[in-house]
Write a protein that binds this ligand. Structure first.
Ligand code: F6P
Length: 359
């Protein structure tokens, strides 16, 4: 039994924990299993850059962040484009798989990596996908590994900002990762008691935000904290065509590093209040996985091994309800899981007085 494994796209905390789950379950099931680890994601599969792993490679890594295999971004839209030397990447990956006589390939990755995994499955390779991302935006699974660990870090960052914001009586914006979705900001914002939460799924109105800030001042609150998703968007910008919004972002980038800085300047101009912006950035993907993610990863990994044993390929191992389930890749690929603006969590957050900057 020869199993290839790779980690692709942006890293997160529980990649090693998940690989360990797969490997330990396989080693317990088979005497003759050999795991081939590809270096730096699909790059390793394309260019035959790999390591034959030993079982000891998977020991002591449950708590270690990052990925022992390394990772890289191989954008799906470029996968069919030959490299600078004219190499057909898809054909190269298939050749590596055949040359190494792999029985299957386990891919740990987010949306883009999932698309490539599905493509390889359609091309005849035995593929299993494990849902990785701090963004929690993979369709078909309630939760992705990395998400909870990132929530902890973003929450701690906002907790720390609370004390300094309170001392100085300032408005603070904490910008939270999440790419085009607001899961991480929503959870970290609620967990840390942010006063205003801005998500890409709920476009904001500057006047509404300023009104909420003034109301807090009037109520004698010395400070305010905004948890702002890196993809947050104003109502005005949300009304633009894709092309015009792209242009707007290019113009903004020449003045402000991100949406939070633009918003901070707008708030100061409108209210005269001092605003500070904090961007925890990649710290949200760093450090050790939290206990929740260690458990989740171990379960997902073990289930991936069970699928391999059953020769059930072309699936993502998902977490649904309180159970681990195999979901066909064809049912989930290319779909984004976004926050429903009408979901109970948003409603409940509004009930405790959190503003989403929209009304
Ligand atoms: O997808 C994970 C993520 O951390 C997003 O939240 C963020 O937008 C992006 O990756 C950052 O990518 P990079 O590490 O390439 O800067």
């Amino acid at each position: 039994m020869r199993v290839g494994m790779l980690t692709s796209g942006g890293d997160c905390q529980a990649l090693n924990a998940t690989m360990r789950g797969v490997a330990k379950a396989l080693y317990n099931m088979y005497d003759d299993v050999e795991i081939i680890g590809f270096e730096d994601g699909y790059r390793g599969l394309i260019y035959m850059d790999y390591r034959i792993m030993k079982s000891s490679d998977f020991s002591g890594i449950l708590t270690v962040g990052g990925t022992i295999l390394g990772t890289s971004r191989t954008p799906f839209k470029e996968i069919r484009i030959p490299d600078e030397n004219g190499l057909d990447k898809v054909a190269a990956m298939k050749q590596t798989y055949a040359k190494l006589k792999l029985d299957c390939l386990v891919v740990l990755g987010g949306n883009g990596s999932q698309k490539t995994a599905n493509l390889l499955y359609e091309e005849g390779l035995n593929v299993i996908h494990l849902p990785k991302t701090i963004d929690n935006d993979l369709f078909g699974t309630d939760v992705t590994f990395g998400f909870q660990s990132a929530i902890n870090i973003a929450t701690e960052a906002i907790d720390c900002i609370h004390t300094t914001a309170s001392s100085h009586g300032r408005v603070f914006i904490v910008e939270v990762m999440g790419h085009k979705v607001g899961w991480l900001t929503l959870y970290a914002g609620v967990a840390s008691g942010a006063d205003i939460i801005l998500l890409p799924e709920i476009p904001y109105d500057l006047d509404v935000i300023c009104k909420a800030l003034r109301a807090r001042n009037k109520a004698g609150k010395r400070f305010s904290i905004l948890a702002v998703a890196e993809g947050a968007i104003s109502k005005e910008d949300a009304a633009l065509s894709k092309k015009d919004y792209k242009k707007k972002l290019e113009e903004r980038a020449a003045i402000y590093p991100s949406v939070s800085y633009e918003l901070g300047a707008q708030i100061t101009k409108a209210t005269g209040q001092e605003v500070r912006v904090t961007v925890p950035g990649h710290t949200q993907r760093g450090g050790e996985p939290c206990p929740y993610d260690r458990v989740l990863s171990t379960r997902l990994g073990a289930e991936a091994a069970a699928l391999i044993a059953k020769k059930k390929f072309g699936y993502m191992v998902a977490y649904i309800g309180d159970d681990v389930k195999a979901v066909p890749l064809k049912d989930v690929v290319g779909k984004l899981k976004t926050v429903d603006p009408e979901c109970n969590m948003v409603k409940e957050a509004r009930m405790v007085g959190i503003s989403f900057g929209d009304r």
